[in-house]
Ligand binder design. Structure first.
Ligand code: SAH
Length: 342
């Protein structure tokens, strides 16, 4: 039984089960989540007998990266080997005073977006809350000099909303200000292929995290070709669900749009996107396609990307071109696949 991934109140329950007070559970939560201490022997304010009883029943396990690869651009890819031998990756991306961690939620992914290398792997399994949270704890342990991860994006391998229970459990621990890691929900972003029931459910959790939608096309015709999931929920249905997602006063929903040469990058595509997002509190991130071996797509010329962006900007839609980090180490958007075939 791994305590990582337990909610603070579940740690309190456990303490009671072991004949201690709820207070001992709160101390445990503080050590693990607030102080990043995973060794029972170091938890000096826990009575020896409580520690002994815990040691008989539980472990506190944070995955050790099997490999850390550094990119020329300063980002680092962390590859973890999990208990069952499968591998996942996280990406650490420094940017001025920010340190963003991109985490995985599944081994592989089952949604088969045509432009995504992780989709080629297929879905192997969901990660547990311990394995998702473990990526954050491991990354924080890796950062020395008192720095820690400042922003977390659920944009690694897998579809977060397809692993809903573990996702929400992880988000609760990350955002618990007293006994969890204390991350502001505004520094956390959950990205989805567009699972409408999941978006609605997440909206009701009162977690207040940012939502990102992998849109990639404004018409059903193009989107269904690129993303089979669009056959279950059309573009209109998806945007209708996004409109209902609860937002704080200056909060916006992010729309990711991978730029594919000759597929979704014309001025007409941009104008269709403008019409689709009319009245939506949106921010668009254009992601120039990251190539991988055997992919049928190409990145459009820069001029075409910028022309697309200006149409959106002219319509007063905040739009950035998001150059992926870690392309040289297979860590860029859509390039995560483990193990990398020889
Ligand atoms: N399954 C979730 C989380 C993954 S986020 C989701 O799809 O939102 C990863 C982002 O990178 C998604 O927006 C995805 O569509 C995008 N992406 C996938 N392959 C890519 C590639 N080859 N180049 C650029 N972006 C890509």
């Amino acid at each position: 039984m791994n305590l990582v991934g337990f909610l603070p109140n579940e740690l309190e329950d456990l303490a009671v089960e072991l004949g201690a007070s709820r207070y001992r559970g709160r101390q445990l939560a503080t050590w693990i989540y607030r102080k990043g201490v995973f060794d029972l022997d170091t938890m000096s304010d826990l009575p020896k007998d409580v520690r002994a009883r815990l040691a008989e029943r539980v472990t506190i396990h944070v995955p050790e990266p099997e490999r850390v690869t550094a990119s020329q651009d300063g980002s680092r890819k962390l590859v973890f080997r999990l208990g069952d031998g499968s591998r996942i990756s996280s990406v650490l991306m420094p940017d001025d005073d920010r340190l963003t961690l991109c985490v995985s939620t599944q081994v592989g992914c089952g949604f088969e977006c045509r432009f995504c290398l992780t989709g080629v792997m297929g879905l192997e399994r969901n990660l547990t809350a311990a394995e998702i949270l473990g990526q954050v704890l491991a990354a924080n342990r890796l950062c020395d000099g008192g720095q820690r991860v400042t922003h977390i994006v659920f944009m690694g391998m897998g579809e977060p909303l397809a692993n809903y229970a573990a996702l929400v459990q992880t988000l609760r621990i990350l955002t618990d200000a007293k006994l969890g890691l204390g991350y502001s929900p505004r520094r956390i972003t959950v990205s989805t292929v567009g699972l409408v029931p999941g978006i609605e459910k997440l909206g009701r959790e009162n977690l207040k995290v940012n939502l990102a939608i992998s849109l990639h096309a404004a018409s059903d015709e193009v989107r269904s070709q690129l993303m089979p999931v669009n056959r279950s929920w059309s573009v209109e249905t998806l945007v209708a669900a996004v409109r209902k997602y609860p937002l704080a006063p200056r909060q916006r929903v992010f729309f990711e749009y991978v730029m594919l040469d000759g597929i979704n990058d014309s001025p007409e595509d941009a104008r269709r996107l403008v019409r689709l997002l009319r009245g939506v509190r949106a921010k668009v991130n254009l992601i120039p396609f990251n190539d991988w071996d055997g992919s049928p797509f190409r990145r459009p010329p820069l001029a075409r990307i910028l022309a697309f962006q200006s149409i959106l900007l002219d319509a007063e839609i905040t739009t950035t071109v998001r150059w992926s980090k870690g392309e040289d180490i297979g860590a860029a958007c859509g390039q995560l696949r483990e193990p990398i075939p020889a």
